[in-house]
Design a protein around this ligand. Structure first.
Ligand SMILES: Nc1nc2c(ncn2[C@@H]2O[C@H](COP(=O)(O)OP(=O)(O)OP(=O)(O)O)[C@@H](O)[C@H]2O)c(=O)[nH]1
Ligand SMILES: [Mg+2]
Ligand SMILES: [Zn+2]
Length: 381
C-alpha cells in the first residue's frame, strides 16, 4: 500500500506572523532533524530586507538533489503536467502532459503548502510554464504536489523580491511599439539583460510600424543587428512582418513581454485568430496601455510551439544583477573594458575609462551607454 501523502506533516518557522508558534516549532524541529535546511540554499540571491525575517526552517518530507529541494511525493498517485496559468499564488490551470491517462485534460489546481514553503517566496511557488506533479481529485480539480526545477526563466525584481514571470521558455520576444506608446530603447536593453540572466534567447519585435516611417527606425535596427540580436518589425494592422514572426516562433517556447499597450495580445491573435485574447486601448492622455492582460498564459500554436502572453509591465527592475556584472551584458563594451585605467571601473566618470573614450569616438552607441548608466544607477547602485 502506498503511504498516504496528504497526511505528511510539515513543520516550519517561516513567517513573522507565526511567532506565537515558535515554541512548538522548536520542539518539532528537534524531532524532525532529518529535514532539509532551506536557509542554506539559494545563497547567490540578493536578499530582500523589508520585513523579511530569515530564520532556520526545517522541511519534513523533502530531500536535496544537488542544489534542488525535491519534495517527496507518491508518484503513483500523481500526474505530470504543465502550468498554463497561475492566478494569484495558489490557483493554477494545469494541463496533463501527453503520454499518460487523461493527457491534455485541464485541471484547476491548488498548491500544496510544502510547495510554497520550499519556494520561500510564495509569489514564485508556482508560475506559468512550470512542470509539475499534481494529484487529480476528480476530472476538474487537483493539487500541485511538486514543481520541477526550472530552466529558462524570465524574472524581475518587484518590491525587493524576485518575481518570476514565466518558467521553462527557450525564447523571449521583447515587444516594443514604434509609437503609441513611444519606443523606449532603455526598456529593450533591460529586457536583453534579464533574458541573458535567465538564459533565454532574445528576439526584439517592434510592432505598430504602420504608425511611423520605417526608415526612421533604421538606426535602431542597425544598432541591435550589430549586437547580433534578431529584430523584426511588425504591424498587426497591415500584416507586415507577420510571416517572419511566425517563423521565429516555430518550435519554440516563447514568452511575449513588454510594456502594456504595445500589442502583445494583438500580435498573438493575428498569428492565431482562434486564441481570441482580449486587447485594450492605449490611453490618449497618458500614452500608456491599460493592462488588459491580467495574468501570464501559455498558448499552444497550431504551427508548433508554445507562446506565453504576459501582462504588460511599466518598468523592469533587474533582479540579482550587481553593478560590476552589468557591463558583462553589454557585449559591445567588452573590447574596451580591459583597457580602463582602473580594474574596477564602472565606466561612469572614472579617469582613464576606455569605454567612455570609445563612446566619444562613436564606437559605442550613446543610446546603449545611456541604458547602461540607468541600470547602474537605478537598480544595481
Ligand atoms: N496601429 C496599430 N495598433 C495596434 C497594433 N497592434 C496592436 N494595436 C492596438 O494597440 C492596443 C493595445 O493592444 P494589446 O494587444 O491589448 O496590447 P498588450 O501589449 O497586449 O497590452 P497589455 O495586455 O495591457 O499588456 C489595441 O488598441 C490594439 O488594437 C498595430 O500593429 N498597429
Ligand atoms: Mg495583452
Ligand atoms: Zn571604464
Amino acid at each position: 500500500m502506498p503511504k498516504k501523502q496528504a497526511k505528511s506533516k510539515l513543520r516550519v518557522d517561516f513567517r513573522k506572523n507565526r511567532n506565537n508558534t515558535a515554541r512548538r516549532n522548536d520542539i518539532t524541529r528537534a524531532v524532525h532533524s532529518e529535514g532539509v535546511d532551506v536557509d542554506n540554499l539559494d545563497r547567490g540571491q540578493r536578499v530582500s530586507g523589508k520585513g523579511d525575517q530569515t530564520r532556520k526552517r526545517t522541511i519534513v518530507g523533502a530531500h536535496l538533489e544537488g542544489e534542488n529541494v525535491v519534495i517527496d511525493v507518491d508518484e503513483t498517485l500523481c500526474r505530470r503536467g504543465r502550468v498554463l496559468a497561475a492566478i494569484g499564488s495558489t490557483q493554477c490551470i494545469v494541463q496533463a502532459d501527453a503520454g499518460q491517462v487523461e493527457a491534455g485534460r485541464r485541471y484547476e489546481c491548488t498548491v500544496r503548502r510544502v510547495v510554497r514553503t520550499v519556494a520561500r517566496e510564495s509569489r514564485n511557488a508556482v508560475v506559468a510554464g512550470d512542470h509539475v506533479l499534481f494529484r487529480p481529485q476528480d476530472d476538474e480539480f487537483g493539487v500541485i504536489e511538486r514543481v520541477e526545477p526550472r530552466q529558462g526563466v524570465l524574472a524581475r525584481g518587484h518590491q525587493y523580491k524576485q518575481h518570476i514571470l514565466v518558467a521553462n521558455v527557450s525564447q523571449v520576444a521583447i515587444i516594443a511599439s514604434a509609437n503609441d506608446p513611444p519606443l523606449k530603447p532603455a526598456l529593450i536593453d533591460r529586457f536583453l539583460v534579464s533574458a541573458a540572466k535567465g538564459e533565454v534567447a532574445p528576439v526584439i519585435v517592434i510592432n505598430k510600424c504602420d504608425l511611423i516611417d520605417v526608415a526612421d527606425l533604421q538606426p535602431l535596427i542597425g544598432m541591435y543587428a550589430r549586437l547580433g540580436c534578431t529584430i523584426i518589425t511588425t504591424s498587426v494592422t497591415t500584416g507586415q512582418g507577420m510571416p517572419c514572426l511566425r517563423r521565429q516562433l516555430h518550435g519554440h517556447q516563447t514568452v511575449f513581454t513588454g510594456q502594456s499597450g504595445v500589442g502583445k495580445s494583438s500580435l498573438l491573435n493575428s498569428l492565431q485568430p482562434g486564441l481570441a485574447l482580449r486587447v485594450g486601448e492605449v490611453s490618449q492622455v497618458t500614452q500608456k496601455g491599460r493592462h488588459t492582460t491580467r495574468y501570464s498564459e501559455l498558448l499552444e500554436l497550431n504551427t508548433g510551439g508554445w507562446v506565453v502572453d504576459t501582462p504588460g509591465i511599466r518598468q523592469l527592475e533587474l533582479w540579482d544583477v550587481q553593478p560590476v556584472e552589468v557591463e558583462g551584458y553589454f557585449t559591445e563594451f567588452r573590447p574596451f573594458v580591459p583597457r580602463c585605467k582602473y580594474p574596477d571601473c564602472l565606466h561612469v566618470h572614472e579617469e582613464g575609462c576606455a569605454v567612455r573614450l570609445a563612446l566619444k569616438h562613436d564606437m559605442i552607441s550613446p543610446t546603449r551607454y545611456e541604458s547602461y548608466l540607468r541600470m547602474i544607477v537605478d537598480d544595481a547602485g
